[in-house]
Design a protein around this ligand. Structure first.
Ligand SMILES: [Zn+2]
Length: 335
């Protein structure tokens, strides 16, 4: 024990006392892609007592370019990310608890999944689940660390419930966008998540050991342009979450998926996506699959899936179940 963490306890910011606090801590990492794998491997190595890793996906070859915990054997074994992460990390540090949970995080299960956590870490690729984390964080008074990456840039911010601005304060005004870029449409290079995941890890260690100098700004980086910036964010007086209205947790917002009876198809609705530009969407989706559209609908075929998207943002996904349909919507339409 002493040997394992000796280089870390020598560091004055942590010391023996900080190491004990890390050992008594429980963190929940939601999303185990590039950010999640960096954070999980770092915190397990650092001796965080209990780490729960939640992810709904399996590993694919295009993940290996940046998702450092996984390898080709995991793909051949058809392992979910959460299970592969748990197995690899148990070999790294057998003295701590590591739990992989294969699950889609949504308003029905998030309170149970984060119960008992001292800190929640965001390794997600979609805005909607972050808004859900934000609600549950403020409701249960569990701090969380936002992290997001795309292309060569990324951002991160600590959210300490009722102390710092929250994630909805950061989202200026009502959330209303036609389409958001995602890693699946815009790509991503590994230095961006490596930097953001490392910044999240450092802040996590600081929060867990009770360091005073945590970052209270929004940090933005561009790994390709070598740009690092910090921005002051203010708490919004009209922020529903800060006022105790947990609209995402109460499912007043968010993506709804409904199986269409007798059609073997799922309809996906997201109230925040009110208008979709087919021209823009076709430009993003074109390189990824087969796209054709007219003024009434856009048809997109990719990996044996077929999605039909309507101008109001509604989508019908064929031959699939509700969880996969929601996942495809988050991946390709955004939100
Ligand atoms: Zn707020």
């Amino acid at each position: 024990m002493i040997d394992r963490y000796s280089r870390q306890t020598l560091f004055p910011g942590i010391g023996e006392e900080g190491q004990r606090k890390l050992g008594n801590s429980c963190v929940v990492i939601i999303g185990c892609g590039a950010l999640g794998t960096i954070i999980a491997t770092s915190l397990v190595r650092a001796g965080v007592g209990k780490t729960r890793i939640i992810d709904r996906d399996f590993i694919e070859y295009h993940n290996l370019q940046r998702q450092v915990l996984f390898n080709e054997e995991d793909i051949k074994a058809e392992l979910p990310k959460a299970i592969a992460a748990e197995r690899h990390l148990k070999k790294v540090n057998s003295s701590v608890e590591i739990e992989g949970v294969v699950s889609d995080v949504n308003y029905t299960n998030i309170e149970r999944l984060v119960a008992g956590a001292d800190l929640i870490l965001d390794g997600l690729d979609n805005l909607e689940t972050r808004l859900l984390i934000n609600d549950v964080s403020l409701k249960l008074q569990i701090p969380w660390i936002y992290g997001g990456v795309i292309s060569s840039y990324g951002m991160t911010m600590n959210i300490i419930p009722h102390e710092t601005p929250c994630f909805r304060c950061l989202q200026a005004g009502p959330i209303s966008r036609g389409i958001a870029l995602t890693c699946d449409t815009a790509g991503v290079i590994s230095p961006a998540p490596f930097i953001i995941g490392s910044l999240q890890t450092a802040e996590a260690m600081k929060i867990l050991v009770g360091a005073e100098a945590i970052n209270r700004d929004l940090t933005m980086i561009d790994a390709w342009k070598d740009e690092f910036n910090r921005f002051k964010i203010s708490r919004r007086t009209d922020c529903p979450a800060c006022r105790g209205e947990y609209q995402f947790l109460e499912a007043r917002f968010g993506t709804r998926a409904t199986s269409l009876c007798g059609q073997n198809a799922v309809q996906v609705l997201n109230p925040e996506v009110r208008e979709v530009s087919f021209e823009t969407l076709a430009k993003h989706l074109g390189p990824l699959g087969e796209v054709n559209y007219n003024e009434f609908m856009l048809r997109f075929r990719v990996d044996n899936h077929e999605m039909v998207i309507f101008p109001d943002g509604r989508a019908i996904v064929k031959n699939t179940d509700e969880a996969i349909a929601r996942g495809l919507y988050a991946k390709y339409i955004g939100a």
